[in-house]
Structure formats: structure tokens, C-alpha cells
Design a protein around this ligand. Structure first.
Ligand SMILES: Nc1nc2c(ncn2[C@@H]2O[C@H](COP(=O)(O)OP(=O)(O)OP(=O)(O)O)[C@@H](O)[C@H]2O)c(=O)[nH]1
Ligand SMILES: [Mg+2]
Length: 253
């Protein structure tokens, strides 16, 4: 039987982006399904999904009532997808920063490498970011080095949010105990995977700034992430290397 693939997309006020995003994802090969996790967007994003999903079996809505941050939305969405047995779970934003046409590249990357997690990477082998102001780019690239330096994780783009997960990897990392949001969420998820000795592949992607809609990025999210990284180091017993190497070596040998 072929693999069942689902893209999990958190939304808060993405009515201007989501219809085109859904259309382009549904046009991809492999019969990819979509789960939108909406936190009661005042602009009617959730209502649009509910209406569209009534006629489109590959589109699903997980409607939540309060805006609780990207991390909480993903944990709920991943839990939904894992409990329904999807094999590959794509993590991506609704705002076209992550191109739907790169999804097959991520899927090919995880299949080719046999990795447990494929990260769509802005920074592996160069910098590929379109239309970001210089200060934001410097912050993001700087944050990548900072995370690498403190945790020891060998990942070029540890704060990115465009990924392809194997269900088994999500099942292995104790999702309900993940507490962080925003960039901290991306780093904490990667750290769990890396610490357990799973294999992570970085697939080069081009990242573009959002065109429609408004940003939910805040100073609080950045500061939370910068501090949280130290917590990860302590949680790993001050080790800057994975606790278990077994899975990694068996995959690479
Ligand atoms: N369900 C839910 N989705 C959220 C929440 N915050 C952000 N999102 C969604 O998560 C994705 C990423 O958020 P963005 O606002 O694009 O964050 P960003 O990419 O750091 O910043 P910009 O691209 O500059 O806006 C988008 O699809 C948002 O709609 C939230 O609290 N709940
Ligand atoms: Mg964005």
C-alpha cells in the first residue's frame, strides 16, 4: 500500500493565503491530504476550510477556540495525524514562505536518505531567503549559529518550520510534553529528535517572506527561544552530543 501523506498547517488569520495554498497542495502528486489547525481566526479562515472540506475529502479542519501559539497548534495537529496513522507528516506555514511545490522535494529527501526527519533548510550550502529585511536575516542566521554553538546540534537551519516527519519519529519524542512556542518550538522539536540519535536530513529550500496577511512574530517569541536553548543543554545533561547513537550508526553504516 502506498504511503499516506498529510500536510499540517496552523492558521491564524490566513484567509488571504489559505485558498491558494490548499489548491496548490491538492494539485501535487501522491494524493497529499491537508489538515488545517485554526485557532478561531476572526477573519473566517476556519469557516472557509469547513465549507471547502465538506466537498473535498482530502481537506480536514481541526478547529480550536483560542489563539494559543504555533507550538500548541502543531502538537494538536500532529497528534491528530499520528492517531490516524498517516505515514509522512509535512509541517508548513500557510503564508507561502514555504512553497507548496517544494513539498515533493522534502518527501523525496526523506525517502532517499532514509532519515527520520527531513528539514527544509534555508541555510545548508548557502543562504536562500527572499525579501527579508537585512536585520531579520541577520537575526535568523545568527540564531542558527547560537543554537548550534550552545546545543551542539549539527543543523544549519534549526529554527525553520518546513519539515517532513515520519510518524514513528513523532511517536518517539513524547509530543504532549513539548511546551514551547514559535521558534523555540522548532528548536525543541529538533533537539528531541537529535538527542535520541535519530537521523536528520537537511533539504535545501528557498524561503520567501510572506506577501499577504500579517505577521504573528514577536519579540517575546524570539527572547523565549533564545533562553529556552540553555534549558535544552541542561536537559541533555550538559552534553553537546546525542545520548543515543545506535539508530544513527545503523542508518549510516
Ligand atoms: N493555529 C495557530 N496558527 C498560528 C498561530 N500563530 C501563527 N500561526 C500560523 O503559523 C504560521 C507561521 O506564522 P507566521 O505569522 O507566518 O510567523 P513567521 O513566519 O515567524 O512570521 P511572518 O512570516 O513574518 O508572519 C502561519 O501559517 C500562521 O498563520 C497561532 O497562535 N495559532
Ligand atoms: Mg511566516
Amino acid at each position: 500500500m502506498s504511503e499516506r501523506i498529510i500536510a499540517v498547517i496552523p492558521t491564524y488569520n490566513e484567509r488571504d493565503n489559505l485558498p491558494r495554498m490548499v489548491e496548490r497542495l491538492l494539485a501535487l502528486p501522491d494524493g497529499i491530504e491537508i489538515l488545517v489547525v485554526d485557532d478561531g481566526s476572526p477573519d473566517g479562515t476556519g469557516e472557509w476550510v469547513a465549507e471547502k472540506a465538506a466537498a473535498e475529502q482530502r481537506l480536514h479542519l481541526l478547529a480550536r477556540t483560542a489563539k494559543n501559539g504555533l507550538g500548541r497548534a502543531y502538537v494538536a495537529g500532529f497528534d491528530w495525524a499520528v492517531s490516524r496513522g498517516y505515514d509522512l507528516i509535512i509541517q508548513m506555514d500557510a503564508d507561502f514562505s514555504h512553497s507548496p511545490e517544494d513539498v515533493p522535494k522534502l518527501i523525496a529527501g526523506i525517502r532517499r536518505t532514509g532519515a527520520d526527519l527531513a528539514i527544509g533548510s534555508r541555510y545548508v550550502g548557502g543562504i536562500r531567503v527572499i525579501n527579508w529585511p537585512l536585520n531579520r536575516l541577520v537575526l535568523s542566521v545568527g540564531a542558527s549559529y547560537y543554537v548550534k554553538w550552545i546545543t551542539g546540534m549539527d543543523i544549519w537551519d534549526p529554527t525553520g518550520g518546513f519539515k517532513c516527519w515520519r510518524r514513528q519519529t513523532l511517536e518517539a519524542i513524547n509530543l504532549p510534553s513539548i511546551r514551547s512556542n514559535g521558534y523555540g518550538f522548532q528548536v525543541e522539536m529538533n533537539h528531541r529528535v537529535w538527542k535520541s540519535g535519530f537521523l536528520i536530513a537537511e533539504v535545501p529550500i528557498i524561503f520567501a517572506d510572506r506577501v499577504e496577511g500579517t505577521s504573528k512574530m514577536s519579540k517575546k517569541i524570539v527572547v523565549e527561544a533564545l533562553l529556552m536553548v540553555w534549558g535544552l543543554l541542561f536537559a541533555n545533561g550538559l552534553r553537546r552530543s546525542p545520548r543515543h547513537r545506535s539508530k544513527l550508526s545503523s542508518l549510516t553504516s
